[in-house]
Design a protein around this ligand. Structure first.
Ligand code: AMP
Length: 360
């Protein structure tokens, strides 16, 4: 059975086609610059048409009916969605409502869903939510200590992101240890341009470093992570900044880029640090310090860990950083705590979840 996975950004569509239950990847591709001036692709519907044409031209499929299901990555599922869902009008309505919480992501995800419904009207569509994995987090963990009315009126609480990636590597760790997830305490570290760490007990997320938005928690490529909110009010007042300007600074100009003043890419920063650039060195020290802080906290929350796992661009490709972290982990953990580096595959996780839902 062929399952198409669609991951829509505001101006792009990433896709992969799998054969299930073999979990075999048949094709992958990227449609870029959607809606941009010089682009031939005006919107996401047209983008979906282009990707289907690519699959037909490359003879990966002979007809549209071969695609049994489409799995869509949807960034925000709010409190409505605890698990993947077959898409119908009701589900679409709810994703529209939640778009207020993820204005950069959910509208693009929805555009992809609408495009697929138009071009593949008979094909089952499934929405897989980044936030769903975190709906197991307890109330005392997801609430912020601000007046309750803001949670009740606007849903302001911790949601967590990167759920499918954390879920994917947790499953892999269980396979490698040959122990069921239900018997494991895990700390999974997704370190890419965006970074998050999740504490998982018996296969369920108990806490995660990202929050209401992906801005909370670790220091990232261009995001600040945790910061005293009062310092933000102070900067806004001094520099007479609007909310939009400050939002841009915290999400796009901070983190490793903001401290180094050079780049958000760890490869570039390591090169500069080796040559003695003190801001590059500081950025690296801060980045690693925050990771240790969250691992330490989750170690306490879980009461130890059977395994700590690193993944994503930084986690998978920087053995020097991971070696250093491993040394520090063993200062507090017993030797029975295993440390793994596992390449993440969010699309394969979305495909597996899609398969599970349609088989039901
Ligand atoms: P991601 O968001 O998972 O694609 O990760 C992107 C980040 O991973 C980049 O900004 C780099 O800092 C880092 N990265 C990717 N490839 C490598 C590599 N081969 N060596 C070191 N760092 C890498």
């Amino acid at each position: 059975m062929k399952i198409l996975i669609v991951n829509c950004g505001s101006s792009s569509i990433k896709y992969k086609l799998y054969d299930f239950p073999r979990r075999l990847q048949l094709a992958k591709g990227l449609i870029e610059k959607i809606g941009e001036k010089a682009s031939a692709v005006n919107d996401h519907s047209q983008g979906i048409k282009v990707l289907i044409k690519q699959l037909l031209d490359d003879k990966i499929i002979d007809s549209l009916t071969e695609i049994y299901a489409v799995g869509h990555r949807v960034v925000h599922g709010g409190e409505y969605f605890r698990e993947p869902r077959i898409i119908n009008d009701k589900v679409i309505k709810k994703i529209e409502i939640i778009a207020d919480l993820a204005p950069l992501h959910n509208p693009a995800n929805l555009a992809g869903i609408m495009g697929c419904r138009k071009i593949l009207p008979k094909t089952k569509q499934v929405a897989v939510f980044d936030t769903a994995f975190y709906q197991s987090i307890a109330e005392h963990v997801y609430m912020y200590a601000i007046p309750q009315q803001y949670y009740r009126k606007y849903g302001v609480r911790k949601y967590g992101f990167h759920g499918t990636s954390h879920q994917f590597v947790a499953n892999k760790v269980s396979e490698l240890l040959r122990r069921p997830l239900s018997k494991l305490k895990l700390i999974t570290c997704h370190l890419g341009n965006g970074c998050s760490i999740t504490a998982i007990n018996k296969g369920k997320a108990v806490d995660t470093s990202m929050g209401f938005t992906p801005l909370e928690g670790l220091m990232m490529g261009t995001r600040s992570g945790d910061v005293d909110i009062a310092s933000i009010f102070y900067i806004m007042k001094k520099e007479k900044l609007t909310i939009e300007q400050m939002d841009h600074i915290l999400n796009r100009e901070s983190g490793i880029l903001g401290i180094s003043g050079i780049s958000n890419d760890i490869r570039v920063i390591k090169g500069k640090a080796r040559k003695g650039n003190k801001f590059a060195k500081l950025a690296l020290e801060m980045f690693i310090y925050r990771i240790k802080k969250y691992i330490g906290a989750y170690f306490m929350i879980l009461g130890g860990a059977d395994a700590i796992c690193f993944t994503a661009g930084v986690g998978e490709n920087n053995s020097d950083i991971i070696k250093g972290l491993k040394k520090d982990i063993y200062k507090i953990a017993s030797r029975s705590t295993k440390v793994f580096v596992i390449p993440t595959d969010e699309e394969l996780m979305i495909a597996s979840l899609t398969y599970k839902v349609i088989k039901k």
